[in-house]
Design a protein around this ligand. Structure first.
Ligand code: HEM
Length: 457
């Protein structure tokens, strides 16, 4: 096939494609991890659980960070007509690419040195931080003015600046002042992790709200009181939601409960915004943006399902049981897959639809993938919850069944979890493949000029 010499893929799309590769890679590592639940000791010499877990978690965390930053830059450029600097976006992409490859390689080689979730050698945090700095500069340059901006612009700016600050904070443990006191050390550690999640939520929710405005062509919701309530709640959440992560530390109970209340009201408002928007979108607009629309609706359903779980987990008596069980893992994966990943898939299908040709011909396939992903996610989380309930019963029981025996009894749930994870992975492959193929088509299929939509970045 003929090569199109004039096609130059913007760095923002390269960032998004790298994010999609990390999503699939991360899910693959997740499957390997789940198999280790089922057959303890499998792959122990090559890829033990100590390596697989950070490989999985870091890959999926970078999926969220990269897809969010690529989506935000694309949308900011779309609003102002032009991205501030393509060069900065390109350097950002290269820095992220270098960091991710170095981080995953260091895990594979068994070279650690960081803390949970960022277990890589701390030196590798420098290119990640620099990449994010360039993203922030590019975002500010593209937005240009702070006057009379809709809520999503504030969310993007807060998420971008917040992450720079909080990512640095998460390395305070390297200073002796924090290392010397375990409570101080752990409090700062968990505070920074909670706030970091708050930062990427700002980017993801902000992009979701922008996309809703784009689909409905109605600028009012993004300027409504409800939207700004979500912004201020998310901001408070970003600063205080960490408190529910430290249930086991000796701090005031009120602090923990305030944290929980804020994060739940945030989820509730996000759910309501999508729900209200859904009923206001005209059929023709839904049809034009069918894929992003469906991903947004899927995210809305997961907001409410996760809200129910979060409410249950926030009851102190229940939290006592759920702490340290697979229920917590179900809560974390429920929100990162059901809410963050679904919203990001909405953004990604919208952004990559603007690549040489329309995604229209793949609509049916992607929708089938989306339905399968949601059904399998339901089973996946259900299996984790069941395993968690059984484990918490064991934790609280007076009859001391040995740990190994309890884990053995959980194997049927782990098999279900693993199988549902494999189907989930397959469904994501079905959704991601057309997106990548569409980009590939830019290089291999000559399009009539009229079908090529202009790219803003
Ligand atoms: C978009 C897809 C996914 C995302 C965003 C995601 C996210 C996460 C996160 C954030 C954690 C850390 C949880 C915690 O610290 O409590 C985690 C753990 C884990 N995930 Fe996933 N995950 C995804 C898909 C999968 C899949 C498909 C599988 C495989 C069946 C899987 C298996 C696991 C396992 C085994 C753990 C370790 C739990 C433990 O520490 O015992 N994940 N995942």
């Amino acid at each position: 096939m003929e090569q199109l010499p004039e096609t130059n893929l913007p760095a923002t799309k390269k960032i998004i494609l790298t994010a999609l590769a990390l999503l699939l890679l991360g899910m693959f590592f997740g499957i390997l991890g789940s198999l280790q639940y089922v057959v303890p000791g499998i792959l122990k010499t090559q890829l033990s659980f100590e390596k697989i877990r950070p490989l999985h978690v870091s890959s999926v965390v970078f999926w969220i960070m990269l897809a969010a930053s690529g989506g935000v830059l694309t949308y900011a450029g779309e609003r102002s007509g032009k991205l501030f600097s393509r060069l900065l976006a390109k350097i950002q992409w290269l820095l992220f690419l270098f960091s991710v490859v170095a981080i995953l390689t260091s895990y594979m080689l068994g070279i650690f040195g960081g803390r949970e979730y960022w277990e890589f050698p701390p030196l590798l945090a420098i290119p990640v931080w620099l990449g994010w700095l360039l993203f922030t500069i590019n975002l500010v340059g593209t937005i240009r003015t702070f006057k009379q901006q809709p809520v999503y612009v504030w969310m993007w700016l807060t998420g971008a600046f917040g992450f720079l600050f909080i990512f640095s904070e998460s390395y305070l443990w390297m200073l002796p002042f924090f290392q010397k006191s375990i409570v101080r050390d752990m409090t700062v550690q968990w505070k920074s992790y909670g706030s970091m999640v708050g930062c990427w939520n700002m980017l993801v929710y902000g992009s979701g709200i922008y996309l809703m405005e784009k689909i409905s062509k109605d600028p009012t919701p993004a300027r409504s009181r409800m939207a700004f309530a979500l912004y201020f709640l998310s901001l408070t959440n970003l600063m205080f939601n960490w408190s529910h992560h430290i249930y086991t530390l000796p701090i005031l109970p009120a602090i923990k409960h305030i944290g929980y209340l804020i994060s739940m009201s945030e989820l509730y408002i996000l759910g309501r915004i999508i729900y209200k928007w859904k009923s206001s979108v005209k059929e023709a607009r839904k049809f034009e943006y069918q894929l992003p629309y469906r991903f947004l609706i899927a995210a809305d359903v997961w907001v409410f399902l996760n809200l129910i779980l979060a409410i249950l987990m926030s009851i102190p008596a229940v939290n006592l049981y759920t702490h340290g069980t697979h229920i917590t893992v179900a809560h974390v994966m429920g929100t990162t897959i059901g809410i963050n990943s679904m919203l990001l898939m909405a953004v990604v299908t919208d952004v990559l639809d603007n690549t040489c040709r329309s995604l229209y011909i793949y609509q049916k396939k992607i929708t089938q993938g989306l339905v399968t992903a949601n059904l399998s996610l339901f089973v996946f989380l259900g299996a984790l919850l069941m395993a968690g309930i059984k484990r918490s019963q064991w934790q609280m029981s007076d009859h001391r069944v040995p740990f190994g025996e309890m884990m053995h009894n959980l194997i049927p749930y782990f098999i279900l979890f693993s199988m549902a994870g494999i189907v989930l992975f397959g469904a994501f492959c079905v959704m991601v493949y057309p997106l990548v193929k569409n980009v590939w088509a830019c290089y291999t299929v000559r399009q009539p000029q009229s079908t090529v939509t202009p790219s803003f970045n």
